[in-house]
Write a protein that binds this ligand. Structure first.
Ligand SMILES: [Zn+2]
Length: 280
């Protein structure tokens, strides 16, 4: 039986300014299951800290993932920017492995005025070089390009499913809030089931058993995502999403990115456990 774990993007907000180690301890105290470590401004964690993080998380059975820096664009015009992007991804994966984190989430690219097809080819090419380097270093983590919320960003559901199907070592990070913001749709039980059945068709049932999911409330305009909101201040139908996830027996990690982080993570977890217990 697959089961979903719930956690926050970065250490819980309350109390403020928790380190990653303190964040993991806090996750345990409030009854959550996992934590996505945010390297979004750069990978600055020392090896010693990473090893400490790994021990503290393993002792508490808290599952970890990592979010790579925002400054990644595998479709940049300049060769140096591509190389810097690849290096940020590699550094994120190295530190993730030291932390005992199994997944590295990242924003792959911008279209930069090129076609989605051209962008896809660039992303795939540079991405394969990253995979190659990581396999030389015997680092085994899932690299997870994220479904993105703005129409200027590479990362539609279809792009990521195709890329995953064609490339070993990657899996998608399905951000349901981004997908809703980008499409203006995908906010009902039937549509959530549609996304899950697309994943199942393209990547097989096992992909549904090990997903990395982002959820938050979200504000959006005609170009997609504007900013995150707390779930109850947004139109996001999270109860319908949880019902779809439960009905499809989805397993893996759900990371909450609402401004109130742990409060909405607990809200999602509580709803999910109720559903899960009722149906099983
Ligand atoms: Zn992200």
């Amino acid at each position: 039986m697959n089961i979903l774990n719930f956690g926050t993007a970065g250490a819980p907000r309350n109390p403020v300014n928790l380190s990653t180690v303190e964040g993991i301890k806090r996750i345990t105290e409030i009854g959550l299951d996992c934590l996505e470590i945010e390297f979004v401004q750069g990978v600055r964690m020392s090896k010693e800290t990473a090893k400490q993080v790994s021990v503290v998380a393993a002792n508490r059975k808290i599952r970890l993932s990592v979010h790579a820096p925002y400054f990644i664009n595998l479709n940049a015009r300049e060769a140096e920017k591509i190389q810097a992007s690849q290096l940020r991804l590699i550094q994120s994966a190295r530190t993730a492995a030291l932390c005992g984190a199994g997944d590295v989430v990242f924003h792959a690219a911008y279209y930069m005025g090129t076609t989605p097809e051209q962008t896809y080819d660039m992303v795939k090419k540079y991405f394969l070089e990253v995979i190659d380097q990581l396999s030389k270093e015997k680092i085994s983590v899932n690299l997870r390009p994220e479904v993105m919320g703005k129409v200027s960003q590479f990362g539609t559901l279809e792009e990521l499913l195709n890329l995953t199907a064609e490339t070993n070592g990657i899996a998608p990070c399905i951000d349901f809030a981004h997908w809703h913001a980008r499409t203006g749709k995908n906010n009902s039980y039937d549509e959530f089931c549609g996304v899950l059945s697309k994943i199942e068709k393209k990547l097989g049932k096992t992909a549904l058993g090990n997903m990395h999911i982002h959820v938050a409330g979200i504000a959006f305009g005609n170009k997609g995502e504007l900013n995150h909101l707390n779930l109850d201040d947004s139109d996001f139908k999270y109860e319908e999403l949880l019902r779809a996830l439960n009905d499809y027996r989805v397993g893996g990690i759900v990371i909450c990115e609402s401004p109130n982080l742990e409060d909405d993570a607990r809200l999602l977890q509580t709803h999910y456990i109720n559903l899960h217990n009722k149906n099983n």
